[in-house]
Design a protein around this ligand. Sequence first.
Ligand code: MG
Length: 385
Amino acid sequence: MRCTSEVYAVLLAAGLGTRMGQNKLALRFQGKTPLRLCYEAFLRSQCPPKGIVIAVSEQTRSEALALAAEDARVWVAQGGATRGASVCNALRALQTRGIKEGVVAIHDAARCLVPPAVIDAAVRGAQQNGCGVAAIPVRDTVRTQAGELFPREERLLMQTPQAFEFKRILSAYEAAEAGGLNETDDCAVYMAAGYAPHFTEGSIMNQKLTSPEDLPFFHAACAAQRLQRIGFGEDTHALVPGRRLVLGGVEIPYEKGLLGHSDADVLVHAVIDALLGAAALGDIGTHFPDAEERYRGISSLVLLRETAALLRENGFLLGNVDATIVAQKPKLVPYIATMRSNLAQCLGVDASEVSVKATTSEGMNDEGAGKCMTARAVCTLIKNG
Ligand code: MG
């Protein structure tokens, strides 16, 4: 996406949130407030804002000031008596900073699960059409209290961000001020000034934190979105006569085996390195140095079990593992199921979370010449709290 104009953001954090029964913007999801989650989503968008104005109430002022102290692009504006008055104050704060042009994306801080792609679509809409309003189609059948049916095909649910050419939305808000600024979204103010709306793709994830019933959804969504980590591991061992061949804890009858200080289980070593890598906890060599006598000939499954315990101590849960062994011979297919169940048992997960595959290198490289075996693994970890 090309950023054809400068982008600014307005985050609205001045609402009272009466339906939550407490200050909803002080809640934390995976340790982060709604305001910080929104701020981070905007920074991850394709055209990160040059300036972010946070419209605050007395309750949210100190957090906004802390963000502003951290990042010079964050400015704080006093919120108003209505949502519209808060937007108006924030737009004037941008104007006071000398901003005359570009695009401004106005966003409710209570929509703190906003995917960066939704921000991108709204900003692109404003760059191309003067306005980009995040909206989603209606999924449910809609009736009035009296039972009258609305054709849902013609309806859209408005979300935020709603992005506009700065000049247009500022003049639209100034024109609307006399009417009391009671509109519940910016699109209404923009349309009242005679402009046509342009809707962009919102997301069902982009819900507005409103009532206590929303909390399980917000906690689960944050846990799923924010804290998955990926890891990669690779290992190679020489294939020599006079050694046992152990892969994934399975002893495989073959004329040669892998050379190493432990049982040289190349598959398990790659998996251990992927796990430690995902947690950024170093590598197999730092945790189980091959100079140490106690690791001589040890089953690598023991090391895998210790690695799993270390991850748990550091608050990580295993998502899944996928590994490939590169070996010319012997045929490994008959042993794959046992390898998977050995790994799964050590990791304390179901075998369906552990994938092991084998391939030859078609006779090429040292693996193809039967000089060595290589294993590669990726895994995901989930940070638990
Ligand atoms: Mg190794």
